[in-house]
Write a protein that binds this ligand. Structure first.
Ligand code: GAP
Length: 465
């Protein structure tokens, strides 16, 4: 249990209220695979919309892309993933559980450099074998460490099943941007500096998927690649970092639970790397990487494909390979950060309630409409009318007439619905001054106000933008 079981409570709520399901659950599940349920898919889509707005629509020189998942096998040789994209793995001799040696070493305060050779990490592991216990059975007997490549193989187009030249699933989504860079330059004539943004799937054979959506084997990455003039990286990098920080704050995430952390060990493609970390219930951990990739990727693809990927600068006429600054965020990780940050237990009307204090633009349901009493046909008819009218303004509106009004509020609080709208006898004109008005209840404070239906529609429109 972490922090009074906070993580377990969030996972339970996510399943119970239709946000996240374990993949293939009826067959016992599949490690590292999760599905977004009816409410999860709405929250995810709202996150994507917000990210796309900030990274494409609000920028002057940014282009969207949606590249195919499968890529030519040479892509992964050029990118360096076939040679260098591996984690150090050892197997428990007693129960065959696999451990990620660098992570286990980190738990006892020992750092394993990402660029270490297999021999070097074996030497380091040998020095600490006695201190590391198998997380499954507790024994301390492990095999030799070997580098385990994380790329997931497919048999696309392999009709002989010999497995020669496999087509890999993408280990990182951004490779699609590099493969289409020339097409974008030729079709859109972008002026440097320009950015290409994409939300795409990535797959990694993670040795030990863990922490719910945090480390999965199938996940989505929201990437931007900023193409800049060679050596123009310093100022642009700082601007990019600030820009990303502001976006995380725009999600309503509390600033004290965010931090930047510079990488001590750089992956093979990066010259500099900073992570935006969120304080999850188990501690600070990476949500997004901001990487200075220099001309590594385009130079590699030029070399391996034989296609000229030089850019002709429209201002100076110079020809060069642009340098790249990348932002790469796991959609599952930001989703989880938003859930963790919004999850709250507080007191209302003398009861403890669970509430997701989601920013209204992220909430899966924007408002719930209900009649005060279910057994009064005239109230139900009016409430149905209001529900239909509001749904035309903001489609994510729920109907609930089950149980008493207090129970309805609690159900909506748990899924983060910012507003509840109740139709009562005054709406019908019992008190003539209040005809066609409703009560609007605010999720976080529980306060209620009386508004006309037209004003409620305006409030909703404004709140979800
Ligand atoms: N293109 C650069 C790249 O892929 P990365 O640091 O390996 O860099 C970027 O990944 C982001 O993708 C991470 O910050 C994280 O949010 C997300 N990510 C990476 N591995 C993941 C996994 N196994 N499960 C969920 N998200 C993951």
């Amino acid at each position: 249990m972490t922090q009074d079981g906070r993580m377990e409570k969030i996972i339970s709520l996510a399943k119970r209220r239709g946000f996240i399901f374990s993949g293939s659950e009826i067959y016992g599940g599949l490690a590292g695979i999760y599905d977004f349920g009816p409410r999860g898919v709405e929250l995810l889509s709202n996150l994507k919309k917000s990210w796309w707005k900030a990274n494409v629509y609000d920028k002057e020189n940014a282009y969207g892309l949606d590249a195919g998942i499968f890529k030519h096998p040479r892509t992964w040789e050029a990118s360096g993933h076939i040679g260098g994209f591996s984690d150090p793995l050892a197997e428990c001799r007693n129960c065959n559980a696999r451990i990620r040696v660098d992570k286990e070493l980190a738990k006892i305060g020992v750092t394993a450099d990402e660029k270490m050779s297999e021999d070097a990490i074996n030497d380091l592991f040998d020095q600490h074998r006695g201190e590391i216990a198998c997380p499954s059975c507790g024994k301390k007997e492990f095999s030799r460490v070997r580098a385990f490549n994380l790329l997931v193989k497919s048999n696309l187009g392999d009709f002989t099943s010999e497995g020669a030249d496999p087509v890999y699933l993408p280990g990182e989504a951004c490779q699609g941007i590099y493969l289409d860079y020339k097409n974008i330059v030729d079709s859109m004539s972008p002026k440097i500096p320009f950015a290409v943004a994409q939300i795409g799937k990535a797959f990694r054979n993670e040795i030990s998927p863990r922490n719910f959506l945090f480390r999965m084997r199938e996940f989505e990455q929201a990437d931007t690649q900023l193409f800049i003039r060679p050596h123009a990286n310093k100022h642009a990098y700082e601007t990019l970092k600030k820009d990303r920080w502001s976006w995380f704050l725009s999600l309503g995430i509390s600033e004290k639970r965010l931090r930047f952390k510079q990488h001590e060990n750089l992956v093979f493609y990066a010259k500099d790397a900073w992570d935006i970390e969120y304080e999850f219930p188990w501690g600070f951990d990476e949500v997004e990487g901001v990487h200075d990739r220099t001309d590594y990727d385009l130079s590699q693809h030029e070399k391996f494909s034989g296609v000229n990927l030089h850019y002709t600068d429209p201002e100076t006429g110079e020809k060069y390979i642009p340098w790249i600054l990348e932002t790469s965020m796991g959609m599952g990780r930001v989703f989880l950060a938003v859930l963790c940050d919004a999850y709250c237990e507080d007191e209302m009307d003398g009861e403890t309630r669970v509430v997701l204090k989601l920013a209204p633009h992220l909430a899966p349901v924007k408002a719930m409409v209900s009649p005060l009493l279910k057994n009064k046909p005239e109230l139900v008819a009016k409430a149905r009318e209001v529900y239909a009218a509001l749904k035309k303004v903001v489609p994510q509106i729920a109907w609930d007439d089950n149980g008493n009004i207090g129970k309805r509020y609690r159900r909506q609080d748990e899924i983060g619905t910012p507003f509840c709208i109740t139709i009562d006898f005054d709406t019908l004109g019992e008190h003539p001054d209040l005809a066609d008005t409703v009560t609007l209840r605010h999720r976080d404070s529980g306060e209620q106000e009386r508004l006309t239906i037209a004003d409620v529609a305006e409030r909703l429109r404004a709140a979800v933008e």
